[in-house]
Design a protein around this ligand. Sequence first.
Ligand code: ZN
Ligand code: ZN
Length: 168
Amino acid sequence: MTLRTLSRTILDNEARVHYTDVVALRRSQHLARRITSRGRRLTDQRLVVAEGLAGKREAVSAQELYERLRPRHPRLALATVYRALEAQVESGMARRLERGGHVSTYIACAPEHHHHLVCTRCQKVEDVDETILKPVLRGITDRHGFAVEHERLDFYGLCAACRRETAT
Ligand SMILES: [Zn+2]
Ligand SMILES: [Zn+2]
């Protein structure tokens, strides 16, 4: 079975993106399953946007991702990139973060719950060691009698590398 046949079979003839290697194909099959996991239709453009975000450890805005993807995908529109990113947030594939000036940025993310450290200088995003937060949540219950069901908590500041570079 050729790669092309394989991609068409897995993607149900809905997306016509072709792959040059098996690793890229496997990753895209995984993304395709996540895009469609909540009944959303798979389109070429949704897959292109998901691939553009996947594996990046820096937060990007819709505008930045659009500019990165446009040379290879000239028919892609900024509004499509924005909607595809928001859809990924809704289906738990990505998280929306903030940047100064009310700009939303995005990072591909596992659906398991976790929190992020976002560098405001280089845009690098790290997952927080969850054991750090457990005592905080316990403390909220102890002090406020409040049982936390979910929380949205990301931390903005300078990463270790940026702190070294900016140290005088
Ligand atoms: Zn994450
Ligand atoms: Zn940094």
